[in-house]
Write a protein that binds this ligand. Structure first.
Ligand code: FES
Length: 103
């Protein structure tokens, strides 16, 4: 599946990505306490699987904790570092597109 991968910190993060940006979806104990982090991850993957243009620009990875815990799922947009609390898939893809266009 292009543009979508699972990766927990392995030291490979420093490798250059062919994608314009990366969404780090937290599936840590607070973000996923009610399964909401993984539900957001699944919805994001589903959208990217159906949208090859977005999948070519956006890589999706997971993290155990982004150290920005709330009671809602947290996502970080790299390389800019923008944090989103309880975003929708549409929010994330819109923000990713805007950030790429502005860079
Ligand atoms: S558990 Fe998600 S930011 Fe900490």
């Amino acid at each position: 599946m292009s543009g979508v991968s699972d990766s927990f910190p392995t030291g490979r993060e420093a490798e250059p990505s062919p994608h314009a940006c990366r969404l780090l979806v937290c599936v840590g104990p607070r973000c996923d306490a009610e399964g909401r982090g993984r539900a957001l991850l699944a919805a994001l993957r589903e959208e990217l699987a159906a949208n090859s243009d977005a999948a070519a620009r956006v890589e999706v990875t997971t993290r155990d904790c982004l150290r920005a815990c709330t009671r809602d799922p947290i996502v970080r947009l790299e390389p800019w570092g923008n944090l989103f609390s309880d975003p929708t898939v549409e929010d994330l893809l819109r923000a990713a597109s805007a950030a790429v266009l502005e860079s």
